[in-house]
Design a binder for this molecule. Sequence first.
Ligand SMILES: *[C@@H]1O[C@H](CO)[C@@H](O)[C@H](O)[C@H]1NC(C)=O
Ligand SMILES: *[C@@H]1O[C@H](CO)[C@@H](O)[C@H](O)[C@H]1NC(C)=O
Ligand SMILES: *[C@@H]1O[C@H](CO)[C@@H](O)[C@H](O)[C@H]1NC(C)=O
Length: 224
Amino acid sequence: MWFGNKIFITCVLAFLLFDGLYCCQLSDPYRFVLEEAPYTRLCSTKNILTVNGEFPGPTIRVNAGDQITVDVYNKGKYNVTIHWHGVNQLRYPWSDGPEYITQCPIQPGGKFSQKLILSTEEGTIWWHAHSNWTRATVYGAIFVYPKPGTTYPFPKPDAEVPIILGGWWKRDIMAVYEQFIATGGVPNQSDAFTINGQPGDLYPCSKSGFEYDGLVHCIAPYIY
Ligand SMILES: *[C@@H]1O[C@H](CO)[C@@H](O)[C@H](O)[C@H]1NC(C)=O
Ligand SMILES: *[C@@H]1O[C@H](CO)[C@@H](O)[C@H](O)[C@H]1NC(C)=O
Ligand SMILES: *[C@@H]1O[C@H](CO)[C@@H](O)[C@H](O)[C@H]1NC(C)=O
């Protein structure tokens, strides 16, 4: 359906493929620009909130024990925070993301530099917006490779593919949210479940033959 059967998929833990080559200059902050971008799924197009125009958002690649900074610029319409799901942020909750718990939201036009402090985490975790339903489209993977010079406790796989599960509403996500709050009922169900931002082939008007040709990782995000 969306990737070749030759690829060996392994869930939860990420694998080291290009030992020593994948890494970036850790001293440079990541730049996350929250902005709307048009996306078409199930034969309809709408603007969604993205990071840097990407859906799912960019992948962060770090090593266990690293510290990085992500500069988050909010060019969208809503207050937003970004949460680093699975990063323990030991003794540093101040940029962990839950709005009004550890930080105020980043207001439209604003910027906040969020520090991520990796400690013993290793494998594949994820980041997502942590305010309202901005989280429905604002998310991505974090690959935490072992410390340089060490390896994961299993043999090196042939390939790596990230698998990011999500949902897609054809309606504007805030309209669904506002109706849900106003009625006190349950939110309308999504029109499709997605893998790496793509609905499966069996949904009406799904783009068929989607293939993912990349490195294997697996995460299973959930809304809360
Ligand atoms: C956005 O955040 C600011 C600062 O925390 C707050 O005063 C304002 O009420 C928020 N707006 C909404 C719509 O929640
Ligand atoms: C969530 O979004 C709704 C609809 O846009 C807004 O009225 C509300 O103030 C937001 N709440 C927070 C905490 O940002
Ligand atoms: C939610 O679903 C109901 C019933 O199908 C529909 O009438 C309504 O327009 C939907 N609301 C939104 C915001 O999608």
